[in-house]
Design a protein around this ligand. Structure first.
Ligand SMILES: *[C@@H]1O[C@H](CO)[C@@H](O)[C@H](O)[C@H]1NC(C)=O
Ligand SMILES: *[C@@H]1O[C@H](CO)[C@@H](O)[C@H](O)[C@H]1NC(C)=O
Ligand SMILES: *[C@@H]1O[C@H](CO)[C@@H](O)[C@H](O)[C@H]1NC(C)=O
Length: 476
């Protein structure tokens, strides 16, 4: 029992202990009313999809299995998207009258190249060397070797892979196999190596021994990007050009073992301007692989949806945004001094995913709050996208201004390429007489033929095959 004092206290503080003065009966009555309503609402949400109930394909379809692989390409996507459009210089480019004049120059390339990147397998579930079709591409770029102590470096496991890949030439004697060196995020050996003649010389020595010892047809330099690293060195651009010149001189001195020199290059004009002496490069390289993808990717400064690799600008895109497409970048490279026949245009077999802020706002440039659930860090392979769309009965929208499809449901938003978009983009390459198409990558195309979407559905490498058939066909 309570003492008098305690009773007083309880009486005084009654309101605090039970502010609504509820007795058991009232509580029961409210419960009887509220409970059914809550249950009804929850059932309704589940049944009518207020909650996400999307089905996601198995991770084995991802193609971006190794976290390092994604980190590497993610670096480029981030740099592309973090360039500050407010800097202003891009506007001058648009007004430049010479840019219009040059467009009338024409060069003819007889045979179009199809350059395919292949990433070394990272585990048993990833694409194996046996999965490569030796007759699909004209050039195979094996990705990636690194630069260590101013020399090419591959560990023993990767050297064995390389030897096996070179054996594919027994099945297709015209196939060219190049070792690609660097790759976004794997290129930190470049700055020190290009710095002085001695270091460049030891690199070139290692190139020569790779060409001879492993019977490869050339090297592809993928430094993303000269002049962009943290200890910014304004001479990097010049030193890189110097390296290319010295490699070219070495090739010219070779009687036997002549080899190809290619460079994987940036697409956004801001990077082109600070990273490359384009007109000099034109004299030294066999061709460049234009990385014309990752134009739109989710980052803190670009929190909106966008197309990975648009062919043309949309009429609604102005200034800087109007430069983020294949048409602009490829013409810009040509304008800066690279022969059209040496510009090999990059096409992605992967897409980008975004998480929408509001599922009802799902157009281009809709606000996004992060990467989509599909894929890894916003990168999704074609088979994972294709299976995702089919599992969830999603019909993509084909945008006829940038010739690319996109799709969305609930919070998931995806930009990707299919055989139709790649057909248009390859037609563009042919009718403009560029050097050919580069594809990134074989690993993220449907190399097993698991997907039944599109005219090539069920076929192995449906996307690269779509590109190949247009490049080889007589249509233009
Ligand atoms: C690079 O050089 C350092 C120091 O000379 C040496 O310890 C290291 O083993 C070298 N690395 C390779 C891969 O040759
Ligand atoms: C070139 O740079 C390396 C360091 O990367 C240095 O050890 C070497 O002395 C330099 N050589 C010349 C000739 O400057
Ligand atoms: C393609 O780019 C060129 C050069 O910038 C431009 O003149 C042309 O209008 C563009 N084509 C389309 C369809 O946007």
């Amino acid at each position: 029992m309570f003492s008098e004092e305690q009773n007083q206290y309880i009486l005084l503080h009654r309101d605090v202990r039970n502010p609504w003065h509820l007795d058991k009966k009232t509580v029961l009555m409210i419960g009887c009313l509220v409970l059914p309503v809550t249950l009804f609402c929850a059932t309704y949400m589940v049944l009518f999809g207020v909650y996400e109930k999307l089905t996601y394909p198995k991770l084995s379809l991802s193609g971006f299995r190794s976290p390092e692989t994604v980190d590497h390409i993610q670096h480029r996507a981030s740099v592309y998207n973090y360039i500050n459009p407010a800097d202003g210089f891009f506007i001058d480019i648009q007004k430049n009258s010479h840019f219009e004049e040059y467009l009338h120059s024409h060069e003819l390339s007889k045979k179009f190249k199809l350059v395919c990147y292949y990433n070394f397998p990272s585990d048993q579930q990833s694409m194996q060397i046996n999965d490569i079709d030796p007759n699909l591409c004209t050039h195979l770029n094996i990705a990636f070797g690194s630069v260590v102590n101013h020399s090419i470096y591959l560990d023993n496991e990767h050297l064995e892979y390389l030897k096996d890949i070179v054996k594919l030439k027994d099945k297709n004697k015209d196939l060219k196999i190049l070792l690609s060196i660097g790759g976004a995020g794997n290129d930190n050996g470049f700055p020190e190596m290009v710095k002085n003649h001695t270091n460049r010389k030891s690199f070139i020595k290692s190139v020569l021994s790779y060409v001879k010892d492993y019977n490869i047809d050339g090297i592809d330099l993928d430094w993303e990007f000269p002049g962009e690293d943290m200890n910014y060195d304004p001479k990097q651009k010049m030193h890189f050009t110097q390296l290319l010149l010295e490699i070219r001189k070495t090739i010219m001195r070779q009687e036997k073992h002549k080899f190809l020199l290619t460079v994987a290059v940036a697409a956004p004009n801001v990077i082109v301007d600070f990273a490359y002496d384009v007109s000099y490069m034109n004299d030294y390289v066999d061709f460049v692989n234009l990385m014309s993808y990752d134009y739109h990717y989710y980052t803190g400064v670009t929190p909106f949806t966008g197309i990975n690799s648009p062919l043309y600008a949309k009429s609604s895109e102005l200034f800087y945004l109007a430069t983020l497409n294949i048409n602009y970048s490829s013409h810009y490279w040509n304008y800066k001094g690279m022969d059209k026949s040496k510009i090999v245009i990059g096409l992605p077999t992967y897409g980008h995913t975004f998480r929408l802020q509001n599922p009802r706002n799902h157009d281009l440039y809709a606000p996004a709050s992060g990467y989509g659930k599909l894929g890894t860090s916003g990168f999704a392979s074609y088979p994972s996208i294709c299976n995702f769309l089919q599992m969830n009965h999603i019909t993509p929208i084909f945008d006829m201004e940038n010739y690319s499809p996109y799709a969305s449901k609930y919070y998931e938003w995806i930009s990707f390429d299919d055989d139709q978009s790649l057909t248009y983009k390859t037609e563009f390459i042919k009718s403009n007489n560029f050097g050919g198409a580069m594809v990134y990558s074989l690993n993220v195309d449907d190399y097993l033929g698991t997907c039944k979407m599109g005219s090539m559905g069920g076929k192995k490498f449906p996307l690269v095959n779509a590109v190949k058939s247009i490049l080889e066909g007589n249509t233009s």
